[in-house]
Each structure stands twice: as structure tokens, then as C-alpha cells.
Write a protein that binds this ligand. Sequence first.
Ligand SMILES: [Zn+2]
Length: 495
Amino acid sequence: MVGLPRKKFYITTAIPYVNAAPHIGFALELVQTDVIARWYKLLDEDVFLTTGADENSLKNVQAAEKAGITTQQLCDKNAALFRELATKINLSFNSFLRSSSKKDHWTGVQKLWELCKKSGDIYKKKYRGLYCIGCETFYTESELDNGLCPEHKKKPEIVEEENYFFRLSKYQKKLEKLIESDELKIFPKSRKNEVLSFIKSGLEDFSVSRSVKRAKGWGVPVPDDGSQIIYVWFDALNIYQTAIGFGTDEKKYKKLWPADLHVIGKGIIRFHAVYWPAILLSAGLKLPRSLLVHGYITVDGQKMSKFLGNVVDPLELMRRYSVDAVRYFLTKEIHVFDDGDFSEKSLINRINGELVADLGNLVYRVLSLTEKFKGKIEGKRELDKKLNLKKIEELMGEYKLNEALEEIWGFVRATNKYVNENEPWKLQGKELSNVLYNLLEACRIISILISAFLPETSEKINKQLGVKAGKLKDCKFGKFTGEINKGEYLFKKIE
Ligand SMILES: [Zn+2]
């Protein structure tokens, strides 16, 4: 495809509240997002990845009060932890934007507000409702679970004040059509159906501001009304745009918007599949192309909670094992669209079984055999039949990361089997050269395929094979041109 302009792919993680340190559930989302981003890079697309911190939330104000520090101090401390996690887990982000940034974010939020106001979709009214601070959203009685928030199992508080409202009801039919037709595509289909039935049940206008008093003065002010602060979701969703220049760098914004994929957890689907596209429609802006909705992680079969003391710190986990071991576990063990379970035991099983025994041993064996061989490496393609690249591409196209990884591992296992069947340690000359050729090319291709999932491991393999990092188009058996530098084992067995 030489000469054609590269396609752009704009992908985002959700923008998390920073009222507490990140746990493994958010690490899962970072890894899923990163695997997809790196996969599109393998396809030679221009990828831009945004993540950040949602700081203008009442939750943060409350957490700071509890800790006896200012909200700014709390946000600074926790945003740094989120950034550290993103960096350590090798999230290949281009932007980490904090919603407290007046310079880069607030201008765009107020611009979005003005655009919706111009369309006549923002109006003031007196309201009384049930508000869950945990969700930062109003609930109707019928949405509650025995009077409790379905997400937090907490009693919402009664809020009564005059606020600005957004005319969501006006967009019901349009949203229905957009989602029905996959113009805004939702993965998986079960979530699409869930959103559609929510829309069809009738959309009510929602509050997009709160009084300065209730917000404790924290957040983005409503333009021309000093008594009101913009609703945190109206503000936070817009990070997806401000991170690429909305309100500050129109040229960059035009190049990258709309988002090609928002990766989110199942708890915030309504904000992304209903509120967000409606706000953008009102503002006359383009809509994101798709949403990927992932499930939650339990720990040893139980919901993570401070009360149970089973909150898993992903930073600690990566220190104890390795970044790629954690990335491997999260993509292989957890089915993207379902809930999954974390346990240290299954992490160790995956490390010892799949990373050490399957991949680590394979590369080490191949390198050891090649090192001893003094002839020229050449041969006939034999192992290539075991690689189903098309299937891997299809699975990745549907974001079935765990199944794609399983398919890649099928090739790793087939390559191991090829070693055992051919017993190269008994061969010499042309026959040995032929087997080594097939094994080296297989390892080179495995390294490309796993690079989206295990970037550090892939880099190590490339170094040991003496080859450059490849793209997906290089995943075919050609001539092996590397120069071997046998290094250490890729993974250490956990005793
Ligand atoms: Zn809640």
C-alpha cells in the first residue's frame, strides 16, 4: 500500500475517577485498550491513544474531606498513581489529560456547552431527584434495586435545586437509529441490545449542572452563570475531544476526531452510548464510531472491596511477577466481554505453563540449536501451514482478544510440536538447516503477533533473533536474515 495515506485510528480508555488508587479492574481496561492500539499499529495505521483522570467529581471532593486534604492534593496524588500505572503497564498513550487542566480542558468544555446551548438543548428548571454520588447520576425509583443504587448498593440522596437540563428526549429516535444501524457500533451485541431497550423505554432530559454550593465550588463553571458548575459527566466525556485539541488546536482535532473506539466498563455504558452521542449531535459534531464494553474482575470469586481487603494492586503485581505476565494473564484469562476472575494461583499457572513452558522454552531451544549450527540457514516452508493469520485478524477485528491470543498460542504449540517431531538435535547439514529455517521464521512471526500483547517480550525475542520489529504484513515465511544473540530465558519459572 505504498503511497496511500495511512488510516488514522483514535482510541481511548475511559477516564477514571481518581478518588482512590487504581485497582486491577482498570489495569484490565488499560491492557485491552493497549493491545488493540498496538494491533492497529501492526496494521500500519496512525494510532492515537488518550487516557487521563476525571477530577471534577463530587466523589473526589468527599474523598479529600475524609482524608483531611484539599481536593487538589487528592487529585494530584491519585492522578500520579494512574499515570504511573499507565506507564508501567506499557500503555502506549499519546495523551494523559486531567480534567482539572484549565488550559487544555476547560476551554473545550465551555465550548461544547455553548454549542449545545445554541441548538436550544440546554434550559433551566427546578428539579427534585435521587442522586448517587458514586455514579454521579440521578436514578428514577424504578431503576433502583430495593431502593439502592444498582452499581453501589447505596441509598441515593434526595437532591432538590434549580439546574440546567439537556434536551435528551429530542434525540431518542436518532439515537435509536444510529445504534440499530451500527453507525455507532457497540461490541458486544448483547450490550447493544441492552442500550436499545433502554432508549426505547423512553429518554428523559437530564441535569447538566449543579449548584456551586452542592459542587463545593469544584469543577468547570457554566459560562455566564456563576451560580452553577457543569455536570461532571458532561465535562469528563469531553476529555476524548479536548485531549486532541478541541477548543485549543482545531487542526489536530479535525485530523483525529471522531474517536474510532472508546473502551469502557459495563457500568458506564449509558453515558457513552446515550448521553455522549446526544451531546455531540446537539453540538453538530461527529460521533464516535464504536464502543467496546468490557466486564468486571472478581478476585478469587468475590467482588473486590476495601471491606473484604481483597483489592489487588496492579503495580504491586507487576513488581512481583512481570509486566508481560500480568498483561498476558489479563488478556488470556479474562474474556473481553464477560466478567472474569483473578487469582494469584491461575496467574502463576499461566506463567509456568504458557509463558515459561510453551514460549520461553521454544525460543531458548531454537536459539541454542541455531547457535551450534555453522552452516547457512535456508529451507522449504513447512510450518507456515500451521499459522492461520486470517483467523487471528478476524478475531482481532471483533476485539476477541483472548481468542486471538489462543489462536496465536496454537501456532506456538504447533512450532513446539515441530521441534519434537523433527528432533533437530539428531540432524545435520541440509536437513538441519531446513528445520532451523522453519523454526527461526516461526519465532520471528510469533514475535510480531505477540508484540501487541507482550511488547517487552517481543522486543527481547527480536534482539535474540537479531531482527527488526515487524508489521503484520511481515508475518509470512520469507528468508531468515537475522543474526542470533542467544540471551537469557524469556520468563522465570515461579516456584
Ligand atoms: Zn451508584
